[in-house]
Write a protein that binds this ligand. Structure first.
Ligand SMILES: [Zn+2]
Length: 138
């Protein structure tokens, strides 16, 4: 036995979140407003917990580019807490949009990645339209 504390990343090959970081409600809201985006430390926890892969399609993603997907969508009251965040690639997060986790996972299993790509493209177009609308361009 060593006197050194175990490295949480190496004891069994998985990253273990310190209990003190799990679902800390302080991190979920500020001045009564829900926090929309995960901070750097929380992103890193999500990324390491999920092994740097998209939860939905398994694509390898980088710490800088991965998207912290809200399992229960933020628009439906989901909190920015570790248990509600999943490591996701951009396409899966875009395609999931506001549908429930269960619905997205079952549709993905049934219809595959091509379907996801189509949905993601539609979402991207919608966002682009909203931006143009906000800028008064349409
Ligand atoms: Zn993905």
């Amino acid at each position: 036995m060593s006197d050194q504390p175990e490295d949480p990343c190496n004891s069994d090959g998985y990253f273990h979140l310190p209990e003190s970081l799990k679902d800390n409600p302080v991190l979920a809201s500020l001045d009564g407003k829900r926090i929309r985006f995960a901070g750097k430390a929380m992103r890193k926890c999500v990324y390491e917990r999920d092994g740097g892969k998209c939860h939905y399609c398994g694509a390898v993603v980088t710490l800088e580019r991965f998207q912290a997907d809200h399992k229960v969508p933020f628009s439906k009251g989901g909190l920015t807490i570790l248990s509600n965040l999943l490591c996701s690639c951009r396409l899966c997060n875009l395609a999931k949009g506001n549908v429930s986790y269960e619905q997205f996972v079952s549709e993905l299993a049934e219809k595959g990645l091509e379907w996801r790509n189509d949905i993601a493209q539609k979402q991207a177009n919608w966002f682009a339209d909203q931006r143009r609308l906000a800028l008064g361009q349409i």
